[in-house]
Ligand binder design. Structure first.
Ligand SMILES: C[S@@+](CC[C@H](N)C(=O)[O-])C[C@H]1O[C@@H](n2cnc3c(N)ncnc32)[C@H](O)[C@@H]1O
Length: 261
């Protein structure tokens, strides 16, 4: 088996197991989850910023890369897009298909088991592509970059919302915080996206980044929501004032623009 097939196999097994645990969860998406974005003034979380970065998607073809159980594909559809959701996990896709029916969007969302490394779509098919916590699951960024470029329309956009692990020092320091860390989290630390992972995309795309959470990453210490929200708002200003500290942020939104250079 080559390296890519080994990686695909590992990811499939790992995620099939994870998604089995949630297959009986309530799959209905409350309207607040797709109506809330316009009301947000300051984006303190990478997720809402990623949605904003997609721009208007009404009537557009959008790919949800590594869609998992399809909750975000449903949100995209409710916001007016025609959606394709792909994932390597068969369990995820089975749940996602049920979710589409329960949320009455199965006519505009299609879910398929498919790998990032073998995207089976016509050339220049999508207006937009989004991956939520997906990029850090792919080791071969060059291969992905070429496929995304091929299936994206001219002037199209790819948005990734990822855990950011640019600073290994910070990751080591986390071990000294006297609060338990789940083993799962610890094993994910070395998979997080780093600035160097974006280099392969720069040949074909104009690459933009926005980093989130500096002090507000201390949510294992400060449990109160209002403190974390306050720190989140402070972080936005703080990272603008001291951009050299962005490399210590917790999350990153990456925007790839085609043909805009
Ligand atoms: C952290 S989960 C994120 C899922 C979803 N985007 C979300 O936000 O809930 C990463 C997803 O990537 C999928 N994945 C990993 N490797 C993949 C591959 N080679 N091709 C397609 N999907 C893959 C996993 O099965 C998993 O569902």
């Amino acid at each position: 088996m080559d390296d890519i097939s080994l990686e695909e196999n590992k990811e499939k097994l790992r995620h099939d197991k994870e998604y089995k645990k949630v297959e009986n969860e309530n799959l209905f998406i409350e309207p607040i989850h797709y109506q809330k974005f316009e009301k947000i003034k300051t984006h303190i979380h990478c997720y809402t910023y990623a949605v904003k970065s997609l721009g208007d998607i009404k009537g557009q073809k959008v790919l949800d890369l590594g869609c998992g159980t399809g909750w975000f594909s449903v949100i995209l559809a409710k916001r007016g897009a025609v959606v394709e959701g792909i994932d390597i996990s068969t369990t995820a896709i089975e749940i996602a298909k049920k979710r589409a029916i329960i949320n009455s969007v199965s006519d505009i969302v299609r879910f398929r088991v498919m790998s990032f490394y073998n995207l089976d779509f016509p050339d220049e098919y999508f207006d937009k592509i989004i991956g939520l916590s997906a990029l850090h699951h792919m080791s071969d960024k060059k291969l992905l970059c070429n496929s995304l470029y091929k299936i994206l329309k001219p002037y199209g956009k790819v948005v990734f919302n990822e855990p950011f692990g640019n600073s290994t020092i910070l990751e080591r320091l986390r071990l000294f915080v006297p609060i338990a860390v789940q083993e799962e989290d610890r094993s994910h630390w070395n998979e997080q996206v780093k600035y160097e992972d974006l280099e392969p995309f720069k040949d074909k795309f104009y690459v933009e980044c926005e980093e989130f959470q500096f002090f507000s990453r201390l949510d294992r210490i400060f449990k109160q929501k209002w403190i974390i929200n306050f720190l989140g708002i402070f972080d936005v200003k703080f990272l603008k004032m001291f951009p050299f500290l962005k490399k210590y942020a917790r999350d990153i939104v990456i925007i790839l623009r085609k043909n805009n250079i």
